[in-house]
Design a protein. Structure first.
Length: 277
């Protein structure tokens, strides 16, 4: 791998500062990535849901590795900031497969990944801790072998998937966070948490950068910064909002025959010029 990619990886790692969080409005194609970068984002993160929807598939480990990573390569080639890829649970059945996915991520030019512990096809909601640790360790080893300090963001879905009893979720999340960091993860992502007291405990107890999912109903970026959060992701919400414009505009045009949902919009010339860069 090139020194340029190593530098981008180091840049992404340095952006995880508790109290001064990296804010990621997640992109799903080159146009959305360029817009996010033009708005001042210090890095670009993909959303697996947005990528899947744009390719005609549902989110949730449905896309294959090659289909999922092709947009990552296009995005990484199109922006000048570090790119981190949402690879769902690794697009693989075993740790060796996760290592191949990480090699593909690096080949695509990205320097970070999100890897989740949800077990969408299994009999339980989350992968066993030992099995997920093996997958994270494989990702870490593959990155280390390449010489690129890939930022491995371990997503814990206890809250997002409402696993177990509510009063047990925090302890289980902390248990998994400790194990995943020991296995080689660099940070921990806990989507589904918006309660400030829970976020505060996570920040204080997790021995690494904490990433939360933000959007309507979540604390502001400023409030999350005050809590010590190091990374704030918008996840699939941008793609959802964009597709809602499509729906509202279509309903309006096909129903009342008017076009108010089409404003405001990024002007044609501005968007075209952004993609000519």
């Amino acid at each position: 791998m090139t020194t340029h990619q190593q530098q981008r990886a180091a840049q992404l790692r340095a952006l995880h500062r508790p109290g001064s969080p990296l804010v990621l409005p997640n992109a799903w194609d080159v146009a959305s990535a360029r817009l996010v970068e033009a708005c001042g984002a210090a890095a670009v993160a993909t959303t697996s849901a947005g990528v899947a929807w744009s390719l005609g598939a549902p989110d949730g480990d449905v896309l294959g590795r090659d289909a999922a990573l092709a947009p990552v390569a296009r995005i990484a080639a199109a922006v000048t900031v570090p790119v981190t890829a949402d690879v769902e649970s690794g697009y693989a059945a075993d740790p060796d497969g996760v290592a191949r996915t990480v090699a593909g991520v690096l080949d695509a030019g990205a320097v970070g990944i999100n890897i989740e512990d949800a077990a969408l096809a299994g009999p339980v909601a989350l992968r066993p801790v030992a099995g997920q640790c093996a997958r994270i360790a494989a990702a870490r080893a593959a990155a280390d072998a390449s010489g690129v300090p890939l930022f491995v963001n371990a997503r814990i879905d206890t809250y997002l998937r409402q696993v177990g009893e509510p009063d047990e979720r925090l302890a289980e999340t902390l248990r998994r966070a400790e194990a995943y960091l020991s296995a080689g993860a660099d940070g921990v992502f806990v989507p589904g948490v918006v309660d400030v007291s829970t976020i505060a405990v996570l920040v204080n107890k997790v021995d690494g950068p904490v990433n939360v999912l933000a959007g309507p109903g979540a604390p502001t970026v400023g409030a999350l910064a005050d809590l010590g959060v190091a990374r704030v992701s918008l996840g699939s919400s941008l793609a959802e909002a964009a597709y809602d414009v499509v729906r509202r505009a279509a309903v309006e045009a096909l129903g009342g025959g008017t076009y108010t949902a089409l404003t405001p919009a990024v002007p044609y010339g501005e968007l075209n010029a952004l993609l000519l860069r």
